[in-house]
Ligand binder design. Sequence first.
Ligand SMILES: [Zn+2]
Length: 475
Amino acid sequence: MGILHLYTYTNLLLDHIEYAVPAWASVSEKDRTKIDEVQVQCLKKVMGIKSNSSSAAVEVIANVMPMRIRIRQLCCREYARIMTKNNDHMLRTLLSKSVRNGLDFCPLKYIHVMSKQLEKQLSDCTVEIEPVLKNVNYLASIDIFTVSVLSHGSFDAQSRSTEERQRDCEEISLFIESNKGRSVIVFSDGSVYKGPVGGGSCAAVLYPLPANESYSTESKTVGHKVTALKCEIEGIALGLEVALQYYLKLNCSFNIVQYLYIMCDCSEAIASVSMSNVYAIGATLYRRITSLCKQLCDLNVKCCLAWIPSHAGIIGNEMADDLARSLAYDVFMKRVDAPMYVSLSTAFNMLNVIAVDSWQRKWDYEPTGHFTRQLIPSVGSKIVFPDSRDVGISYCRLLLHDTLLQDDSYRTGTSDTPLCSCGKDRETSGHFLLSCSKYNNQRTVMTCVTCYILSTIFVHQSNTKELLKSLKISS
Ligand SMILES: [Zn+2]
């Protein structure tokens, strides 16, 4: 299946189906079943799947959330948006006063009922009332640079091998050594305890100018319900803050430009700050960072952001990580005070997790799609489809255990025998791909191509051989 076909559904058609959902989500059960059916039929058509295949499995393969759960998610989004309004806003009044009569809901009552789980998770926290972002275009951009301190500056820490981490660590030590007495270096980090949204805090470790002076540390709580990204950006802000205090304490004016290096291990946070992304940062924090950079600039200090890999044994980073982590745990245990409000983007994050969780539960207990579940146990997995539609359709049918091979046809009653025409075994996908003697030549080509692809993907990794061995492919 060309990716375009699925794209047509998810990006063009789905938008129309979902249009203004919060207004009509309280339709009758019969109508909701029809909407479910529209999605499943569309997916089956674009993916070339037989009509009797498991609908739940089709949605998992296409990575499209079941309509019912999607509708609830969109209602929750609306609820979160309404909660950002002031207490006396008409929608908030309606939300608290709407009623239902049996199974007939007023739209806002329905939204409220659908959002019970989110409401429970927010517990004592409230959704932050957003400051009105008028004239976003006129906001000053953040005066900060990104620099690379690593010769193999990559933003992907996960794929780095042990040797690469070692090399990164040595390069950073060298960088600190060579900047002693010349530049201030700050390591910043953020941490969230439990899950994508939880108790969060940030920390900064400052290496001062004089080489004989020792480092200083600072940590700060971020909130009871925050995301890792928020904590990382708060960490950068804290880094700027401790650096500013440090420069002010020195109480001297610099004739030549001073460089301040903030070392952060989160590429997303660095990108948000350096690109002045006010929506990702949030208006309040954005203003704080702009003002800090401005004050540093007035002191003739240039702020530079640099990415470093996390958990690579870089001492400053490890210290900041430990500090942030233990404070985040304290926030979670409610041993320390932390802000009790949740930003709108964090609320969205929470309701996305709720939606994916209920989709996962539905998939776990689904009576159909047993075979697909063994291959794709987790919902939300991205399946890579080939460009050729014919190959894509065959691939989807293989994932569904519902091909046109004899064994599948026999099971569904469209063939008299499950046996392959080679006469040796049942014609299953395993037999067809791996052992049928009719396709020996094609199989040799397939094995060669697979080996070639794997060797090009894992060329930089030392464990290619083990991987090939585990896949039982001999090179
Ligand atoms: Zn055969």
